[in-house]
Write a protein that binds this ligand. Structure first.
Ligand code: ATP
Length: 469
């Protein structure tokens, strides 16, 4: 664990993020009315929109912008031999210890070495049990009999679905090495420590791309994928001073890896892994070849050379990326009262201010991933303004995720959109009736400009492209 000094200087805390996420319908606890289910979360209307946007951005980057990467959606349930071949049955374990006194459970690799050596609980000082290995795979049974022959696993990573389809994809799509296969999907791990909101959960989503290369070309492609993955976050609009590389030391390397780097993000609780870039060598395909009895060698058409490809993997968490986006976007600031504001705006949660203070909580999502792109707000409901605003919204919703809100004072409605991270508000007022112009209000600067109604779609499109943090 890299739990060195937390250099985090943002406004977000995990408590604020969790409470905003619930209040605004990003993320709810699973089965909340029954007291909640540990390690599982539900994504509400804004949450699923944000998750889809992040997934789309990744998918576009991987498949649409690369000729040599194709997509796949493999089943969650796979033949149990897959997990023997991959090494998960034997090796996918966490070292666990329990406190005999307070009954707390820890991952042995996450408690201070001196406590572990002394076998003392880091929380109450009680005696710890011996370290034991705990397999993280969820095991269930398929079919009516619950015996060892019917055992099946929920996949703990999406990668293996790609490996077992590598020959199918070469044959059906005439792929030539080097090429990649991208997949987004659910993965399941029986995680013991699931604190920090959706950071580490038992059910989560991964965005993985496996790139197949000729042995010997692997180091070059490994460097290239590290470069591309870093560039991706920059392009997405993430605060780059909150990202860093962490190279796995010899004791951290997974059983299949020749080299591995994590991209870490500075979450409110410290630097934590966001994505892994791994050189998995020819381990996976060799093992599948051995366990399935199928020849998984690649044949170079020009030279007839045969080899088992090496694999460079980029493995990012989708749900973890969503948490990263929330933390990255979260801001609180004291702001001047806005024009058109009929009443004073709300006070940012958790912030004590005097009666005159105007605080706002704002999620500064890059517009390309914001769950809502634009909100249309009539200044008043009466005098035909609501109808006019609905008409404008109808025009916009073909191109953008466009919300409509007529409830309450305009300043308060701006604050609601700020909190949802909506980058643009369009306000429809009496002047709109006269000259068909609207006010376009920017979330980040709170600047307002007058725009002709017919120019609105193009203006918003251009502003999305031009957005910089
Ligand atoms: P850790 O060592 O922290 O358990 P890992 O190194 O095993 O994680 P990988 O197997 O490399 O993680 O998974 C790739 C990515 O999948 C991670 O970078 C992370 O974004 C995501 N991920 C892994 N486990 C979880 C989880 N339990 N909950 C949410 N996301 C996860």
């Amino acid at each position: 664990m890299q739990d060195e000094q937390n250099e985090y200087s943002g406004a977000a805390t995990m408590e604020k993020i969790t409470s905003l996420a619930k209040r605004r319908g990003f993320v709810f606890q699973s089965s909340e009315i029954y007291g909640g289910q540990n390690g599982a979360w539900d994504y509400g209307p804004l949450g699923i929109a944000l998750k889809n946007r992040i997934a789309q951005a990744w998918w576009k980057e991987m498949t649409q912008l690369n000729d040599d990467i194709v997509g796949l959606d493999a089943a969650i349930l796979m033949h149990p031999r897959v997990w023997e071949a991959s090494g998960h049955v034997e090796n996918f374990t966490d070292p666990l210890v329990d406190c005999k006194k307070c009954k707390a459970r820890f991952r042995a690799d996450q408690i201070p070495a001196e406590k572990l050596a002394a076998k003392k609980c880091p929380e109450c000082g009680g005696d710890l049990t011996d370290v034991r290995k705990f397999n993280l795979m969820f095991k269930t049974n398929i079919g009516p009999a619950e015996d060892s022959a019917s055992v099946i696993y929920l996949r703990p990573e999406t990668a293996q679905g790609i490996y077992v389809n590598y020959k199918n994809i070469i044959q059906s799509n005439r792929m030539k090495i080097p090429f990649g296969i991208a997949q987004i999907g659910k993965a399941f791990r029986n995680e013991i420590v699931t604190k920090n909101f959706i950071f580490r959960t038992c059910e989560f989503e991964q965005m993985e791309m496996q790139f197949f290369v000729k042995p010997g070309d692997d180091e070059r492609w490994f460097d290239e994928w590290r470069r591309r993955r870093w560039a991706y976050y920059e392009k997405l609009g993430v605060r780059m001073d909150r990202l860093r590389w962490h190279r796995h030391g010899p004791d951290e390397l997974a059983h299949y890896a020749k080299d591995a780097y994590d991209i870490e993000y500075l979450f409110p609780m410290g630097w934590r892994e966001l994505e892994g870039v791994h050189n998995r060598t020819n381990y996976d395909l060799s093992r599948h070849s051995q366990f399935s009895g199928k020849d998984l060698q690649y044949i170079e058409q020009e030279t007839n050379e045969r080899y088992i490809p090496f694999i460079i993997e980029t493995s990012a968490g989708l749900t973890r990326s969503l948490l990263m986006m929330l933390c990255d976007a979260y801001d609180e600031e004291k702001v001047p009262s806005e024009k058109k504001s009929g009443s004073s705006a709300g006070t940012a949660s958790g912030t004590e201010g005097s009666a005159d203070d105007d605080w706002r909580t704002v999620l500064r999502f890059p517009p390309a991933v914001a769950p809502l792109t634009v909100a249309v707000l009539p200044l008043m409901k009466k005098d035909g303004l609501a109808e006019l605003a609905l008409d404008i919204r109808a025009e916009l919703r073909d191109d953008f995720a466009a919300d409509y809100d007529q409830a309450g004072a305009i300043g308060r409605r701006y604050r609601r959109q700020d909190e949802a991270g909506t980058p643009f508000c369009v306000t429809v007022d009496y002047q709109t009736k006269d000259d068909q112009t609207v006010t376009l209000r920017y979330r980040d600067s709170m600047e307002q400009v007058r725009v002709p109604r017919q120019a609105l779609t193009e203006k918003i499109r251009a502003d999305i492209k031009a957005w910089k943090r």
